[in-house]
Design a protein around this ligand. Structure first.
Ligand code: 2RA
Length: 338
């Protein structure tokens, strides 16, 4: 019978989505343990026709657990990820704690499954889930990279509230109501008003370099996932007043020629990608097309007219940040272990 799994951070937006995805995909678990902070311990959680009691996460939580899905923040992963692995669990960690650690596979199942082929249930390990904006970008760009080898990538992201958690989604809702009621918006989580506004992603800014952590994740994680340290990448990550799907505008320079037709052909064959590219009706991906969907949606596929060769493309991508950007990707990693 199937693996015993644990969900670490079950009350969070991604934790809840783990349950949704496990059910949707009929994941063959034999037992499940729901773990959260002391504050949530003792509460009940309906799942898959049963009522579970949420247990407090401790160092002893992982005995007999085959796969532990973590999404409880970087400090919990740093502290308890290695403890779970030492207890024999395979940790699939949604935080950034181990993504760039040598020897920890950083996996998008459709892109680089080979990087985790050596990991088997029964022997503890840590596997890192990439950052949501990296997953969404690479689901669209990898099929093109395989056709004509990406040399340079310029990414502008339009990131949803859900990337900053459930409280950020509530801040957006409340501020929108307040502004429409003529009341002043009161920023709590973000440095400025969120409703009817947008702003530079407020993850750690490298004052020297002028890039924030979100942008550097895209650069570093792409190079690790593609095992290609020479691909040139720059990014501008922006938070926008959208609930739970990220959008990304991507300009690509390739080593070799690639036509729009070749690009659309490669995208149409890539699992996990849907195409919305209807120029006649000006119909292209929107965050609401991607919201709650498994697939990443790609459109605006066009030759880069700023170049005088066939080595440039522009495209626009939307993907659900909580689903493919986090919970679905992690469960798909767990499926590769079966
Ligand atoms: C964000 N990618 O959107 C980051 C973390 N989920 O804020």
């Amino acid at each position: 019978n199937g693996p015993k799994i644990a969900i670490v951070g079950v009350t969070g937006a991604v934790g809840q989505e783990f349950l949704t995805v496990l059910k949707e995909r009929n994941f063959p678990y034999s037992d499940i343990k729901l773990l959260a902070s002391a504050r949530s311990a003792g509460k009940t959680q309906e799942f898959d026709g049963s009522t579970y009691i949420i247990e407090e996460l401790t160092e002893d939580s992982f005995k007999g657990i085959d796969i532990a899905l973590f999404s409880a923040g970087g400090s919990i992963s740093k502290k308890l990820g290695p403890v779970a692995a030492a207890a024999g669990s395979i940790v699939v960690d949604n935080s950034s704690a181990f993504r760039m650690t040598e020897g920890v596979p950083l996996i998008i199942p459709e892109v680089n499954p080979q990087d985790m082929a050596h990991i088997k249930i029964g022997k503890g390990a840590i596997i890192a889930n990439p950052n949501c904006s990296t997953i969404i970008a690479l689901m669209a760009v990898t099929p093109l990279h395989r056709v004509a080898t990406v040399k340079r990538m310029i990414v502008s992201t339009y990131q949803a509230a859900s990337g900053a958690g459930a409280a950020a989604m509530e801040e957006l809702r409340q501020q929108t109501r307040d502004v429409l009621d003529g009341k002043p918006a009161e920023p709590k989580i973000f440095p400025v008003q969120y409703a009817f506004n947008l702003f530079s992603h407020n993850s750690g800014m490298d004052v020297e370099l002028g890039y924030n952590e979100e942008e550097m994740k895209l650069v570093k994680e792409t190079r690790k996932i593609w095992s290609n340290s020479s691909v040139k990448i720059t990014a501008t990550c922006i938070r926008v007043p959208v609930m739970r799907a990220h959008a990304e505008s991507i300009n690509l320079e390739f080593e070799n020629d690639i036509s729009e037709e070749q690009a659309l052909e490669a995208l149409s064959k890539f699992p996990g990608v849907s195409i919305i590219n209807d120029r006649k009706n000006n119909r292209f991906p929107t965050p609401l097309d991607a919201t709650t969907q498994d697939n990443v949606f790609v459109g605006r596929v066009r030759r880069d007219i700023s170049r005088d060769d066939k080595k440039g493309l522009d495209l626009f991508v939307c993907g659900d940040q909580i689903k493919k950007g986090a919970a679905l990707n992690a469960v798909q990693i767990a499926e590769l272990l079966l």
